[in-house]
Design a protein around this ligand. Structure first.
Ligand code: SAH
Ligand code: SF4
Length: 347
């Protein structure tokens, strides 16, 4: 029973395990509370356990897959990004963004990404592997521990780090369930946002989950030719299929969809494109999130000027489409995911 990674276990997995040891079932909830309410990271901290059981516990579980190998902090100290290596040396990145009343952790669902969007540093590095549910959970636990030392709560979790969450669907959903557990971290579903490049069959599936997890779609272009040139997955799931899936999601859940749009000079920032976007989204329960492009090494595109951002936004607002411009966060620390990993030798 060596090397079971404890964050991969659900509460019922733990219950089955302690029962198989001949221990009472309540031991499982003690473990759970230790992990997700006390944030203990070492079997020795479970001092309520008899010594013999603590030894067994120590022999059975590993408590850590994430080894921090590099980190950067923005000048204003509000954004901190950590590059971890997993036991097989695969890299992942996790970012903590602190605000007055919001502490958001931006987590990875895969090491690397196979989808190759041209502006994305993670896409540029290629795919290593899917994360396990526990490796997703541990990223959140890691930053919750840090926030705790400042007496601050974690308020939001966004899947906007490395990887495409809907191509690691099962592990992502299990991780969210574990983090939501009311005898553990008790993070409500509305605190989570899954950002997807638009894997249409998974949007259909997600729409049927009856969950309050927020959905964000990386749209970036309305025209199929332009979108395919930026995001190769568009060949497989073109804009019309993607928008129909979003409409179905909205009608089944009555929840708003956020569309992400990274404005790139001369690629997707013209007033005509803003009008086309407004036409496409008209009447939908939709919100547009304009993201300033983070320049990456493998991409020649640059971000749009402030003036053009304003024009783009006002066209949407005039058409009644709500739209926010995300503040550039931690550009000085390459906060765009994949950007730190791509700077160091990964081999
Ligand atoms: N694979 C998922 C989630 C991870 S990317 C997805 O694509 O949605 C999270 C968001 O960051 C996406 O909207 C993505 O398009 C955007 N993004 C990627 N690279 C970026 C860059 N260099 N500048 C700005 N946004 C970027
Ligand atoms: Fe993958 Fe998302 Fe980056 Fe595209 S934008 S390469 S889907 S992580």
């Amino acid at each position: 029973m060596m090397n079971n990674y404890i964050f991969d276990f659900s509460l019922s997995d733990l219950e089955n395990l302690v029962l198989s040891w001949g221990e009472p079932e309540y031991r499982a909830i003690q473990i759970w509370e230790g992990l997700y309410q006390q944030y203990w990271d070492d079997p020795q901290e479970f001092t309520t356990f008899p010594l013999e059981l603590r030894e067994k516990f120590k022999d059975t579980f590993t408590f850590r897959h994430l080894e921090p190998v590099d980190q950067v902090q923005s000048q204003d100290q509000k954004t901190k990004k950590v590059l971890f290596r997993l036991p097989d040396r695969s890299p992942i990145e996790t970012v903590l963004m602190r605000n007055q009343n919001r502490n958001t952790v931006c987590i990875s669902s895969q090491s690397g990404c196979a989808l190759g969007c041209d502006f994305c540093a993670t896409g540029q590095m290629g795919f290593h592997r899917d994360l396990t549910s526990g490796e997703i959970v541990e990223q959140v636990v890691h930053f919750t521990r840090i926030l705790n030392t400042h007496q601050e709560p974690l308020t939001n979790v966004v899947f906007m780090g490395m990887g495409e969450p809907f191509l690691n669907y099962q592990a992502v959903m299990e991780a969210v369930q574990r983090l939501q557990h009311n005898q553990g971290m008790n993070l409500g579903a509305r605190r989570f946002t899954i950002s997807t490049v638009g894997i249409v069959p998974k949007i259909h599936r997600f729409a049927r989950e009856k969950t309050q997890i927020n959905l964000a779609i990386s749209l970036h272009a309305v025209d199929d030719e332009i979108r395919s040139s930026m995001m190769p997955i568009n060949h497989r799931y073109p804009v019309s299929d993607l928008i129909s899936a979003c409409k179905e999601y909205i009608s089944l859940t009555n929840r708003r969809v956020t569309f992400e749009w990274a404005l790139i000079q001369g690629v997707n920032d013209s007033p005509e494109q803003a009008k086309d976007l407004a036409t496409l989204l008209k009447g939908m329960l939709a919100h547009v999130n304009i993201i300033p492009l983070n320049p990456t090494e493998g991409y020649s595109g640059t971000s749009t000027t402030q003036e053009r951002v304003k024009v783009f936004q006002s066209i949407l607002l005039d058409q009644g489409i709500t739209c926010t411009v995300r503040k550039p966060r931690g550009i000085d620390i390459q906060a765009g995911c994949g950007q730190l990993a791509s700077q160091i030798d990964l081999k």
